[in-house]
Design a protein around this ligand. Structure first.
Ligand code: ADP
Length: 452
């Protein structure tokens, strides 16, 4: 039967609200460049531009064994890396899932859990652990905004990505981790604290010296790049003003005053109902934690107007965050004429009583609208950093990690299309590659650079 006029006009109206023309992208970039300058000048700015205190870049010749801990948003990874020079790395690693209770309990409980995981990892995967008397050096990847004051010191500014652990904001995360390790008697010393973007950048530089920016599109989104130390005006004691230091941009917080990026009622509903309203606005439009929820808000709106599923929702679909970003991946990848995988998601995973082909086509369109805006918006901060550094002419490599970039259909193609619209043929000089699980190696490299 096909979509009705009411359905078509509703969906076209929504598409328009989510549309980002290249002119709009340029406006956003200009605004963001200014935000970066402000962040380099003063602490406490919205785009925080946090100095990482990582000043060296790896040469690829490094040797030694180091532990790495990676607290992302969804998992905790514990790894052991052995560097053998000539760019060779051997690793052992294990993932531990973080539960809702750990995300929302006390800080002490979270860090005790982390120390437990390290202990279990060493017992299970490091063969000579029990008779070993050595003290492991560890790099800690901590992917939340931290005001760093040294390579192994940094206070948590605020939790993001659904974490709300008590008694930990404004405290030194290295100290909290070290205390937990000591309580458990784990023979490890935390020598470096890095953001996951910094880790991703370091590990990608280890493989490709032309790398100048590392990015995450995962549970959240953020980036890090090499900045001239002389340009980091807010640094008091400048280590060596002629060199470069990695800056953790913290771009997830960009436009939290909602001034430049067109925001829809669906974004506002998500923001209002989130556990961190008015913050991480950019991240909330882009990252894996939130895309499904934006799509769900649109779907519910269409249901309420009786333009979808004959006006019937389900208990499951009515639950916040029940429409997972992973479902969007399945739906966007569904190429069958009858949209069978989409039907499965809607009728089996979300228990919608029945769906027509038109319903499923509309849901797919909703996913495309939300996914396209996320990818186009992602191009702005990347382009801004490239412009800020004036590096496009000399050829640059970009290392990107995160499930969204890796698995969401068309995300990388849409991102590249937007960048090509912005840079024209100069975009040929930008090499974007997947830097899978780089932040762990990066943390180990940072621990090595810190203790050299
Ligand atoms: P982190 O950023 O925590 O290190 P990931 O990069 O693995 O972790 O990202 C996890 C996020 O990716 C979650 O928010 C999840 O919703 C989302 N996600 C998981 N699977 C998929 C998928 N197939 N397609 C898109 N997003 C996904």
């Amino acid at each position: 039967e096909g979509a009705s006029n009411a359905q078509l006009s509703a969906i076209d109206g929504i598409a328009k609200e989510f549309d980002l023309t290249v002119e709009k992208l340029r406006e956003i970039i200009k605004y963001f460049c200014n935000e970066m300058d402000k962040g380099l000048e003063k602490t406490g700015m919205n785009v925080a531009m946090i100095p990482s205190f990582v000043t060296g870049a790896p040469t690829g010749k490094e040797v030694g064994t180091f532990l790495a801990l990676d607290l992302g948003g969804t998992n905790l990874r514990v790894c052991e890396f052995t560097f053998e020079g000539e760019g060779v790395v051997k690793s052992k690693q294990h993932k531990y899932r973080i539960t809702e209770a750990q995300r929302t309990g006390s800080g002490r409980q979270l860090f005790d859990f982390i120390a437990d995981c390290v202990d279990k990892f060493l017992a299970e995967f490091v063969t000579d652990y029990s008779e070993n008397t050595k003290i492991f050096k560890m790099g800690f990847t901590f992917s939340f905004p931290v005001e760093q004051t040294a390579i192994n010191k940094g206070t948590l500014i605020k939790w993001t990505k659904g974490f709300t652990c008590s008694d930990s904001e404004n405290k030194d995360v290295v100290f909290m981790l070290q205390e937990a390790l000591n309580r458990k008697g784990v023979p490890a010393v935390v020598s470096a604290l890095v953001n996951d973007t910094v880790g991703t950048l370091l590990s990608h530089s280890y493989k490709d010296p032309k790398t100048f920016i590392g990015i995450i599109y995962g549970t959240g989104t953020n980036g890090a790049y090499y900045e001239n130390i002389s340009k980091i005006k807010k640094l008091n004691k400048i280590p060596d003003a002629s060199g470069k230091m990695i800056i953790n941009v913290e771009w997830g917080a960009f436009d939290s005053e909602k001034k430049i990026i067109p925001i829809t009622m669906f974004d506002n509903k998500l923001d209002r109902e989130s556990n961190n309203p008015h913050s991480q606005i950019f991240e909330k439009m882009i990252s894996g934690m939130y895309l499904g929820e934006i799509a769900r808000n649109i779907i519910l709106h269409l249901i309420d107007r009786r333009l979808l599923f004959d006006g019937y929702s389900s208990k499951d679909l009515n639950r916040n965050y029940s429409f997972e970003t992973e479902y969007m991946s399945v739906i966007e990848a569904d190429g069958s004429h009858t949209l069978d995988d989409t039907k499965k998601v809607l009728e089996e995973s979300l228990n919608i009583p029945s769906t027509t082909l038109t319903d499923r086509q509309i849901v797919k369109r909703v996913c495309q609208i939300v996914g396209l805006r996320a990818a186009r918006l992602s191009s702005t901060t990347l382009a801004a950093v490239i412009i800020h550094c004036g590096v496009v002419e000399c050829g640059v490599s970009v290392g990107i990690d995160g499930t969204l970039f890796e698995l969401y259909p068309h995300f990388s193609a849409r991102l590249e299309t937007a960048l090509r619209e912005l840079f024209g043929t100069n975009f040929d000089k930008v090499k974007i590659s997947l830097a899978r699980d780089g932040s762990g190696v990066g943390a180990a490299l940072a621990a090595m650079l810190a203790t050299e």
